[in-house]
Design a protein around this ligand. Structure first.
Ligand code: DGY
Length: 328
């Protein structure tokens, strides 16, 4: 091992091809068993590595950076969302933080549409019924879902993934698009999507499908709460491929039980990998294990994106995907 090579710690296994690319230039420590690091493990890694490559399963809070023995200079996150990293605390220790934006946009939008279609068309229920040997054959009233084509989708958060979802919905399914976003959406994008920008209340009360694409911040925590769920139409379906804590899961279960909304498709959860028990029992809910970016191509691209950031850092170039704390 070349002791002059910067030490890079991966907290989880990456696609093998990317681990090999990284090992060409760096002294890479691989988490062979792919078991999430404990807090102690993260603390050790911050002390022993030059670069830490965490994922959404690693909580890097301020207390970890409040340690004089921290050696890490770069945190190259494997993922676009970085709500699990206290960027302010890291920056305060002169640690740069990068993420992997862009490369996962299309696959995450694909999965959003997968969830939307599965929920609307009751695909999860159908698959469970068939596998259980309970399908008795075609009949006119069997597992009737709700039509997707031509309906209205409300997108909360018009960033890359929100807009990629809007494009699929509009161009692929002839859906009317409503957007709720903190900042103004470019006029050409609005025109392309035939979209309408609106306030949250109006979106919730008019959309047939509400799809969440905002980051997790203190301001968006439980953005979808009991009151906002009750503002949705009784047939409306909520889709979440953003972050679990944007939705108050307990309020969601109540809304589904009381038929305040029609269904939900969830890829993310408040306390992953735990799933709120009440959700499991509800047939009109489709539950997926946080797999929005989960394709071979995208996970390799995410790894290569992190490698680019690490290489830039050690070449004294600004890493292309540096992140700053999201402003409230
Ligand atoms: C992302 O990239 O943010 C995914 O949700 C995994 O962290």
């Amino acid at each position: 091992m070349n002791s002059h090579r910067p030490r890079v710690v991966l907290t989880r296994r990456w696609p093998a091809a990317v681990e090999s690319v990284l090992a060409e230039d760096f002294d890479v420590s691989i988490n062979e068993h792919d078991i999430p690091f404990s807090e102690h493990g993260l603390r050790d890694a911050l002390r022993s590595a030059d670069v830490l490559c965490p994922t959404v399963t690693d909580s890097l809070d301020a207390s970890l950076f409040d340690d004089p023995a921290v050696r890490v200079k770069l945190i190259a996150n494997f993922g676009v969302g970085f709500n699990h990293i206290d960027v302010v605390a890291a920056t305060g220790r002169d640690i740069l933080v990068t993420n992997t934006p862009g490369v996962l946009t299309e696959c995450t939008a694909d999965l959003t549409m997968t969830l939307l279609l599965m929920t609307a068309r009751r695909a999860g229920e159908g698959e469970r019924e068939l596998r259980a040997g309970e399908w008795s054959g075609w009949r006119p009233t069997h597992l009737l879902g709700t039509r997707v084509t031509g309906k209205t989708i409300g997108i909360i958060g018009a960033g890359r993934i929100g807009l990629a979802t809007a494009r699929r919905a509009h161009h692929g399914f002839g859906m009317k698009v409503m957007l709720y976003n903190r900042s103004k959406v470019a006029a050409d994008v609005m025109a392309e999507l035939g979209a309408e920008c609106c306030d949250l209340e109006s979106l919730l009360s008019r959309a047939d499908f509400v799809s969440l694409h905002c980051p997790s911040t203190p301001e968006t925590r439980h953005l979808i709460n009991a009151e906002r769920l009750s503002a949705m139409q009784p047939h409306a379906i909520l889709i979440n491929t953003a972050r679990g804590d944007v939705v108050d899961e307990s309020a969601l279960v109540e809304a589904l039980k009381n038929r305040a909304i029609g269904g939900a498709g969830l890829d993310v959860f408040e306390r992953e990998p735990q799933v709120f028990r009440g959700l499991m029992a509800l047939p009109k809910v489709v539950l997926l294990p946080h797999m929005g970016s989960g394709t071979e191509e995208t996970r390799v691209a995410m790894g290569l994106c992190a490698v680019d950031n690490i290489r830039a850092f050690f070449a004294s170039r600004p890493p292309p995907d540096r992140v700053d704390a999201i402003q409230p």
